[in-house]
Design a protein around this ligand. Sequence first.
Ligand SMILES: [Zn+2]
Length: 416
Amino acid sequence: MNKFEIIRKILENAQNIKFYKDLYQNKGVQIENIRSIEDFKTIPFVSKESVMGEMLHVEDEETTFTRATSGTSGRMSIFHRSKKDREIHLDNFRTSANGYFTKDNRVMIIFPPDLSFIFSGYFSAVGCEVCFGDVYDLNYSANLINETKVDTLRTTPMIALKIGKILKRKNYKCEIINIILSGSMLSLLTRGALNDYYPEAKIIQNYGLAETGLIGWQCPEIHGTNSYHIFEDTYLYEIIDSETKKGSNSGELVISNLWVGSSSTLIRYKTGDHIEKSNKNCKRTKHGSIITFRGRYRFDVLKLKGLTLYKDLFEKALLTVTDYITDTYQLHLYEEEKNDKILPQLILKVIPKEGTDKKIGRAIVERRIMSSFMITPKYTFKDGVDKGLFLPIKVEFVDNLKTGRVKTQDIIDHRG
Ligand SMILES: [Zn+2]
C-alpha cells in the first residue's frame, strides 16, 4: 500500500472509533471525499486535551500494554499499545540504535517503572544486557553503575546530571560511553555539564512522546545537536504555522500514524512541539529529512509583546556567565505595571558558583544576559528594554531550585 492508501484505510477504520466518528460527523467531514494527501490536510486536528481519556482504537484491536502519563492539567492521559504498535516502535528503536550500541553493551535504564519496562523490551530485543537504576534513589543507582560497570545510560537529562554529580563526589571511575536521553532539546549549559561529568560519553537524544513513541532519532552525524531524522515510513509529519494553520517550514509538529491496527490511532495530532525543517543534510541520504526541535510551546517558547522568545537562545546567553552560575536555572515570567503599561518581567533564579560576589556577580549576570540574549536575529533583550517592550531581567541568587523528580521545567509562565 502507498502512503495515501494507508491513510484511507486508517480513516475508514476511524469510522469505528467513536471519538473520530463523532468528531468528523460534527465537522461535516466525509471520508469518501478524501481522495489525496492534499484532501487529508483538510481533516480537523486533534489535541492532547481532546484525546485525553478517549479510546483511540477499534474495539477488537489487540491491546497489549497501557501507559499513563500525568498531564499538566493534573488529569491522567492513557495510551494503549497494540502488538503492531510495539513492533513498529521496536523497528524505529533499532534504527535509532544503529551506530551506537549493540548486544555487547551493558545498559542501565533509570525511569519510572512503566517507561523502564518499555525501554527494557527494546534494549533486550537488540540483545543488550539490561539493568534498572532506581529513579527515586539516585545514590543507589550511582553505586549500581559503579558495581556493574554499565557503559550505557538511558534516562533524562536531569537524572544524568544528578548521577554525574554523585559519581564525581564518590570518586567513581566513570565508564559510560553512551548516554541516551529523553528530552527533545538539550541546552548548551546542560550539554556542557554532561560532557564534564561523562567525558567519554556520546550524548544521544531520542525524540519521543508518550502518545506516539519515538518520532525522531539522531544518527552519528547529527548527535550532539537538537536536530533529528524522522521516521517517514511510519508517521506523516506536518509542520503547521500557528497563524495560517497551513503547512510551513516552521511551526507546530502535527503527526499521523501510517500503520493500520494501532491501539492509539493518531490522526493529525497536534504535538505542542515547535519544530523547523532543517536545511542540514546528512551524508547518508537514506536517513532522510532532518527537523530541528525548538521547544515545547507551553514550556520553551515564550510569546512576549508579539515576539517569540526561544529557550535555546536564552541558554546561549547563559553561556556568557558560566563563571558565575552553576548548571541549572529557572526563568520566571511575570507581568508588572509600569507607567500605566503592563510589561513582561523575567526573573532568573540561579545558584551562584562558590565564591561569586552576591552583589557584583548578580549585576554582571544581569547585564551580560540582557545584552547577549537575541530576541530577533538583530535585536537583543537589552534593545527591547530600551524600546520599552520589557522590564530589565532580574537575577536572584538562590541556594537551591525546586525541581521535579523526573521532569524539570526551566521556564515558568506566571501570566494568567
Ligand atoms: Zn543521518
